[in-house]
Design a protein around this ligand. Structure first.
Ligand SMILES: Nc1nc2c(c(=O)[nH]1)N[C@H]1C(S)=C(S)[C@@H](COP(=O)(O)OP(=O)(O)OC[C@H]3O[C@@H](n4cnc5c(=O)[nH]c(N)nc54)[C@H](O)[C@@H]3O)O[C@H]1N2
Ligand SMILES: Nc1nc2c(c(=O)[nH]1)N[C@H]1C(S)=C(S)[C@@H](COP(=O)(O)OP(=O)(O)OC[C@H]3O[C@@H](n4cnc5c(=O)[nH]c(N)nc54)[C@H](O)[C@@H]3O)O[C@H]1N2
Ligand code: SF4
Ligand SMILES: [Mo]
Length: 709
């Protein structure tokens, strides 16, 4: 077979959205990586994951044929059998119970068109129980940004941040590993030209090291105790308010901006009236003068930009955490200009797009609320059927309701057994369900619980659009299929939709045809076409053809009801579970550069897995001494929910009293331990704080008693 021209596409891992090329090799099934020299986001640069992305496309573990479970064992099935089973089970569940007895998980690893069709299918079925991994990710960030500023997305873009930001305030995010090209190509350039980095994180990592944060007086690392971000930011805000009283001529706050563009400032001041900075600094475990100095650096710079990640969002107080970042940005006028803002670096390659196209229980495409009659009607006119008018359940709620109000689950590209908190319970709940369909590229920990498994093609084998972290919609393109009997996600959904509802609303000519319908119902994508996306892509909002999109938002006003930015004071709320005698350590989790989420792809990549083949736990030297743990010892790390065995890394990277591990490894997943409690509003789980205990693992795998100190 002769090799064909390479095609330009987008890296399947993180939300930075780097352009790469893939090429059909000489042998069928051989898919090769090539750099894309003038790709719009990364200009040919690539991180270790992007470079290794094609390694898993033809991996021997790929699902190649549909599977159906019979007597507890999977057997190969035809597509016809698989479709028939799905249609008959989904129809039965709707008839025996009601449409809300089904849940649908969209996938931020798949394209906009595919998620668009999945949520349309759920709604045609009669339920708004459709969600995606954003719930476990930036749901709280999106909530706070939407209610207080207008749009649940980055306020600025990598380009303007590089050019104009003087301070990079990075709280609970690790772009050095999780968004490597954003960090090395954009932020690093600004830092080389003099910008300051303030990192607020309980753990030192490659972000710390890439900017040599600990080695200069310019940058700072505030190594706080997990779950103390509200008090830390309250110290910052109170310091700025106090200093402004003392020297208003320096403009510690931006009075004009507060007056013209915000409301709620009085509430913030009242909240902080009786706030005790000394006691709060003690609570955070960071010297007060360090936090005050960081406050000065943020407030005195021309342009300060906040970057916010999982360390902020994945808490029971996730919404309030991000609200306090918004408070800081609003009172100092750091919004609506290049180089400023509150910027969530979005996680998966298409999590922004999956949300944009409505794969969420409370919104339709373009974030139009399902309970807004007018919005719903405008979408109904295009779709030609009635949409249920009550918001549905989120994915973690769907999981909680398994076997209760939920009887069936359709999962496209998500791995909840590994990614939801308290995995042992997730497994038990999945067993309660009458029917599970999983559409994936590998046999995941979750797929093992399915009744039917549908083998999908990978990102490299198909086309569509994805939306990156700064709202840039870009086209993906694919080469030939590796396995003849796999199908594109879109084709599977079209077939299921057409069979279930015996109508033409799920028949499209091709993926572009789906995009044409999507842009009719999604106002911020309305002006885009496949042609106009070209090779550069377009940032949303793009309401009409020709709109170039905006690099930064809110230049003239906020998109709230009053047009004003919403300030609201917030108070410290400790994590739902705090250390006690039995579980005296605080466990938090985070990611590694070499691995990706539940590891289904990165663990199968030889290049990536070689770097880090197994999980570990970081233990502070003082704690290690107390427990008699040496670097490299196998230890049992346990919480009230479960236990895992991992190697201990004794390191000052973590804070005393804090143990730090990752969710990437099935054999010892952090989510055997994490606490299944949610932020009230955004319903995001508290992955970043649980009480834990540790002990050296003895011969038979049991845990030794801790040494006395
Ligand atoms: N290499 C790689 N890249 C990825 C991913 C991956 O798995 N691997 N996943 C993608 C996805 S889905 C996402 S959402 C993003 C996530 O990107 P990030 O937001 O950077 O994700 P995390 O590493 O989970 O958490 C960030 C930091 O929060 C810190 N942290 C923990 N607890 C607290 C706390 O209480 N307060 C504060 N301030 N910090 C805390 C952790 O130590 C960690 O350094 O990355 C994306 N990119
Ligand atoms: N302890 C702890 N837990 C966490 C987090 C944490 O920080 N700490 N972070 C949370 C966050 S931010 C996130 S986003 C979630 C991620 O949770 P998940 O979304 O469940 O994790 P992934 O591993 O990204 O799963 C994606 C799935 O899609 C499949 N897939 C890949 N490509 C395709 C495709 O083209 N088609 C189809 N059909 N399937 C495909 C993959 O094989 C994989 O099974 O984890 C959450 N869990
Ligand atoms: S930074 Fe993200 S998008 Fe870019 S190559 Fe790395 S994983 Fe892929
Ligand atoms: Mo995420």
């Amino acid at each position: 077979m002769s090799s064909e021209e390479p095609v330009k596409t987008i890296c399947p891992y993180c939300g930075v959205g780097c352009g790469i090329q893939v090429k059909q090799g000489e042998e069928p099934g051989d898919v090769q990586f090539m750099p894309w020299g003038d790709a719009p986001v990364n200009e040919g640069r690539i991180c270790i994951k992007g470079g290794a992305a094609t390694q898993v496309v033809d991996h021997e573990d790929r699902l190649t044929d549909p599977l159906i479970k019979e007597d507890g064992e999977f057997r190969e099935a035809t597509w016809e059998e698989a479709y028939e089973m799905i249609v008959s089970e989904m129809s039965r569940i709707r008839d025996e119970y009601n449409p809300d007895a089904m849940g649908f998980f969209g996938s931020s690893k798949t394209m906009n068109e595919e998620n668009y069709l999945l949520q349309k299918l759920a709604r045609r079925y009669g339920t708004n129980n459709v969600d995606n991994c954003t719930r476990m990710c930036h749901a709280s960030t999106v909530w706070a940004l939407r209610t207080s500023l207008g749009a649940g997305a980055m306020t600025n873009s990598m380009e303007d941040l590089e050019e104009a930001a003087d301070v990079f305030w990075i709280q609970g995010a690790n772009p050095g590993e999780q968004h490597p090209i954003a960090n090395s190509q954009y932020f690093r350039q600004a830092v080389l030209e003099g910008a300051t980095v303030i990192q607020v994180d309980p753990h030192a990592n490659k972000t710390t090291r890439s900017f040599k944060i600990d080695e200069t007086d310019r940058h700072m690392h505030l190594q706080l105790k997990p779950g103390t971000d509200i008090p830390l930011l309250n110290i910052v805000i109170k310091t700025i308010l106090e200093r402004h009283e003392e020297e208003p001529e320096k403009g510690w706050i931006d009075e004009e901006f507060i007056e013209a563009r915000t409301e709620g400032f009085e509430h913030l001041k009242e909240t902080l009236e009786d706030f005790d900075k000394e006691a709060a600094a003690e609570e955070c475990g960071v010297p007060l003068e360090d936090i005050e100095l960081a406050a000065e650096k943020y407030a005195m710079a021309n342009n300060s930009a906040i970057f916010t990640g999982m360390g902020m969002s994945q808490h029971t107080c996730g919404v309030d955490n991000v609200q306090n970042e918004i408070n800081l940005a609003l009172i100092t006028g750091n919004l609506g200009r290049p180089g400023t803002g509150v910027n969530p670096l979005r996680g998966q390659n298409n999590v922004q797009g999956t949300c944009d196209v409505g794969a969420m229980p409370n919104v339709l495409p373009g974030y139009q609320l399902v309970d807004d009659d007018e919005a719903r009607k405008s979408v109904e006119e295009v779709w030609g059927f009635e949409i249920p008018d009550e918001p549905g359940l989120t994915n973690v709620e769907i999981s909680h309701e398994a076997g209760k109000s939920i009887q069936g689950l359709f999962i496209m590209g998500e791995n909840p057994v590994m990614s939801e908190p308290d995995g042992n319970q997730v497994e038990k709940r999945l067993e309660e369900l009458e029917f599970i369909a999983v559409q994936d590229i590998f046999m995941t920990e979750t797929a093992k619980f399915a009744d039917v498994i549908l083998p999908a093609t990978t990102w490299a084998e198909r086309g569509g659009t994805v939306t990156n972290t700064d709202r840039r919609v870009q086209r993906m393109r694919g080469v030939d299929k590796v396995h003849e009997n796999t199908k594109h996600d879109l084709d599977i959904l079209m077939e299921i939709g057409s069979r279930l509802f015996e109508e033409e609303k799920f028949r499209f000519e091709d993926v572009e045809d789906v995009f044409e319908e999507l842009r009719q119902v999604c106002p911020s994508y309305h002006g885009m076409t496949y042609d106009s996306l070209g090779e550069e892509g377009i940032h949303w909002p793009c309401y009409e053809p020709g709109d170039e999109g905006d690099l930064f938002l809110y230049e003239d006003g906020f998109e709230t009801e009053s047009g004003l930015g919403q300030i609201e004071g917030v108070r410290h709320q400790p994590p739902a579970e705090v250390p006690d005698e039995e579980y005296p350590l605080l466990l938090t989790t985070g990611r590694l550069e070499e691995h990706y989420n539940t590891g289904t792809m990165s663990r199968r990549s030889p290049t990536l897995n070689r770097q880090q083949p197994e999980n570990f736990v970081d233990v502070h030297p003082t704690d290690a001494e107390h427990y008699g743990i040496e670097d490299g010892d196998m230890v049992t790390l346990k919480s009230r929910r479960g236990a895992i065995e991992v190697k201990a890394q004794v390191t000052e990277d973590t804070k005393e009293g804090v143990v730090w591990t990752t969710p990437h490894f099935a054999a010892a997943s952090a989510n055997r331990l994490t606490n299944d409690v949610l932020d009230d509003r955004a319903k995001i789980p508290e992955y970043k704080a649980a009480a834990a205990e540790i002990a050296i693992t003895v011969g038979d795998g049991s845990a030794a008693e801790p040494a006395d100190d």
